[in-house]
Design a protein around this ligand. Sequence first.
Ligand SMILES: Nc1ncnc2c1ncn2[C@@H]1O[C@H](COP(=O)(O)OP(=O)(O)O)[C@@H](O)[C@H]1O
Ligand SMILES: [Mg+2]
Length: 235
Amino acid sequence: MGQISFMSLIELHNITKIYRVGSQKVVALKNLSLVFERGDFAVLAGPSGSGKTTALNMIGGLDRPTSGQVLVNDLDLGKANLKRLADFRLHNIGFIFQSYNLIPVLTAAENAEFTLMLQKTPRHQRRERVLSLFADLGISGLEDRLPKDLSGGQQQRVAIARAIAANPRVILADEPTANLDSNTAEDLLSLMRQLNNSHGTTFVFSSHDDKVIRRAKRIIRLEDGLMVSDNSQNL
Ligand SMILES: Nc1ncnc2c1ncn2[C@@H]1O[C@H](COP(=O)(O)OP(=O)(O)O)[C@@H](O)[C@H]1O
Ligand SMILES: [Mg+2]
């Protein structure tokens, strides 16, 4: 643990995160040290409040630790200014949130193209990519619908298309199956594994659901902000 490997993509060194709420202090992560390698398919497992979301936010550069160091692809996130962080996220990380976070006034295709647009990919290339992703994800024909006219599972697929459109090195998914029925959740896990296998995309996701947790190649358990185990399994 904490060892630097030449394959390492994400390194958390002694991360502590303390939230201050008024005069109260909440210690969300305590001395967390973790290394993720390229191609990892890892779950942060633990009950509500154990620090999963906080850990994902640190890795994605959405929030900074109170102390400790986060390195992703050799960038020290603690030393990067906000513009550099935004640029880092845009070019390296795909985010999948529990609540999908689709933009309500944009169509499914426009939502999925969003990252590519920020990256200034030409329009016809964006369209082509989105059409092929929608086909892969089984949502062809829904390109022009607004999020409100899609089911939960369909919205989640659009959110996945958005997350993977630009082929990010890392996909961070915070409880991606929490709002899905068990069949759709199964499909999503299979799709994530397929991307992991075919593109070598690194996945770090969180869950408190045993059915989801056991589909990960690596299971990192958190309790009260402490890592209590880190086990790899052959699937
Ligand atoms: N923005 C915040 N302000 C204050 N406390 C927070 C904030 N976010 C999370 N916490 C607290 O930090 C701890 C870890 O939360 P979180 O990372 O959201 O856990 P999980 O995702 O495993 O449910 C919890 O005690 C939670 O209440
Ligand atoms: Mg959470």
